[in-house]
Design a protein around this ligand. Structure first.
Ligand code: SF4
Length: 85
């Protein structure tokens, strides 16, 4: 286990909270609740970096972002890196 995981705020809640199923209102509400846990998490940054570094992006909420949000962030980072040459 990476050291930062020991301080993760999500250890105090049901892990399923971070993996909403579907795209309807209940799933979106669950997603927002998970993000609220991440907002008070002291290791949000290393968590997000770890999720972005995975060769196969993990599903669910990590580092306060959904899979789609992390995908957009990674794409933006790649575009900026390409622009720098
Ligand atoms: S940022 Fe969110 S998913 Fe990551 S360790 Fe903290 S609570 Fe868990």
């Amino acid at each position: 286990m990476e050291g930062w995981r020991a301080a993760a705020a999500c250890q105090e809640v049901d892990p399923d909270l971070f993996f909403p199923v579907g795209t309807g209102a209940p799933a979106l509400a669950q997603e927002e609740e998970a993000k609220r846990v991440c907002l008070r998490c002291p290791v949000r940054e290393p968590c997000l970096r770890s999720a972005l570094a995975q060769p196969h992006p993990p599903s669910g909420v990590w580092g306060g972002l959904t899979e789609a949000q992390r995908w957009s962030l990674a794409r933006l980072a790649r575009r900026r890196a390409d622009d720098r040459g």
